[in-house]
Design a protein around this ligand. Structure first.
Ligand code: GLU
Length: 298
């Protein structure tokens, strides 16, 4: 049985960037916040590379990300370059674990094949509106069309099919976010049944991230508020796999000069720019932590 979390005697934090370009100051702010919280608690800090989406991976960006993090003074106890008991630390090397997790979910009848194409999806998505007291919906909500389809017919199309996780078994998810306070999500109204393996065979972020946080024994996830709506889906997967929940802290995002969310494509928000301007690592840390944030969700 390999789906067992690594045993930990100390708190465990992590930073989990995707190597899709150079980290911008907003990414680095999240990394600093996660690292500082972890070190303050005397915890173990993990660096995990989320390179699950091969086509979006930019060659060389992993090396540059590690270099930028180190220059800022962030260090890690476990990661792709140093190894550790919960490795490998690159998602592209963890497919076997995701497959095992999927097999467990399937054996519990929590998944089904979905053969919907884009047009079907438009037609099969239920309309929704905000529901008071609950987290807002995250895009169109899948109606569950293929959940009711004939399984034999679905299997015949398995090659081009996505795999969805059923949310009706355990629909209500509640957690106390360390930054935002109590959050309540009704999964059928947040996302509906969501994809855990894509039609093109790639693993979905929700599955990979949940499996990794669970198996790596992460106890505290600090990440940007853009990922808040992902958390209930990841908790549903953790619960279905019998893995413990970390505590979550979703922190505000940094704004660029126009007051918009920063993007990896905008070079003006890069650490390289600060280095060229002669900032020392300590000055850069202070500058990043004092930068303007986008107002947090309430
Ligand atoms: N890989 C994600 C990103 O770079 C972060 C995932 C997470 O922190 O859960 O946006």
């Amino acid at each position: 049985m390999t789906l067992q979390p690594v045993e930990r005697s100390r708190p465990v934090g992590r930073y989990a960037p995707s190597p899709t370009g150079d980290l911008h100051l907003g990414n680095l702010r999240t990394a600093l916040a996660a690292w500082e919280a972890c070190r303050r608690d005397g915890g173990i800090f993990i660096l995990r590379i989320e390179d699950i989406d091969g086509p979006r991976t930019v060659p060389g960006s992993e090396e540059r990300m590690l270099e930028d993090l180190r220059w800022l003074g962030i260090d890690w106890d476990e990661g792709p370059d140093v190894g550790g008991p919960a490795g490998p630390y690159r998602q592209s090397e963890r497919s076997g674990l995701y497959q095992e997790a999927l097999d467990v979910l399937r054996s519990r009848e929590l998944t089904y094949l979905c053969t919907c194409n884009r047009r079907d999806l438009r037609e099969a998505s239920a309309p929704h509106g905000p529901v008071s007291g609950l987290m807002a919906p995250d895009g169109p909500i899948y109606s569950g069309r293929c959940r009711r389809a004939d399984p034999a017919r679905q299997r015949a199309h398995a090659l081009g099919a996505a795999v969805r996780f059923r949310v009706d078994a355990d629909p209500l998810i509640t957690f106390d976010d360390l930054t935002l306070g109590r959050q309540v999500a009704d999964l059928p109204r947040l996302s509906g049944d969501f994809i855990v393996r894509r039609r093109d065979g790639l693993w979905a972020y929700q599955l990979a991230c949940a499996v990794d946080d669970g198996l790596m024994g992460v106890t505290h996830v600090v990440r940007g508020q853009d990922l808040l709506l992902s958390t209930p889906r990841q908790m549903a997967i953790l619960h279905a796999l019998g893995l413990p929940f970390p505590r979550y802290s979703h922190i505000p995002l940094l704004a660029d000069a126009q007051g918009r969310r920063m993007s990896k494509r905008d070079g003006s928000c890069s650490l390289r720019r600060l280095r060229e301007q002669g900032f020392s690592p300590a000055q850069a840390r202070r500058h990043i932590m004092a930068s303007q944030v986008i107002a947090p969700r309430t």
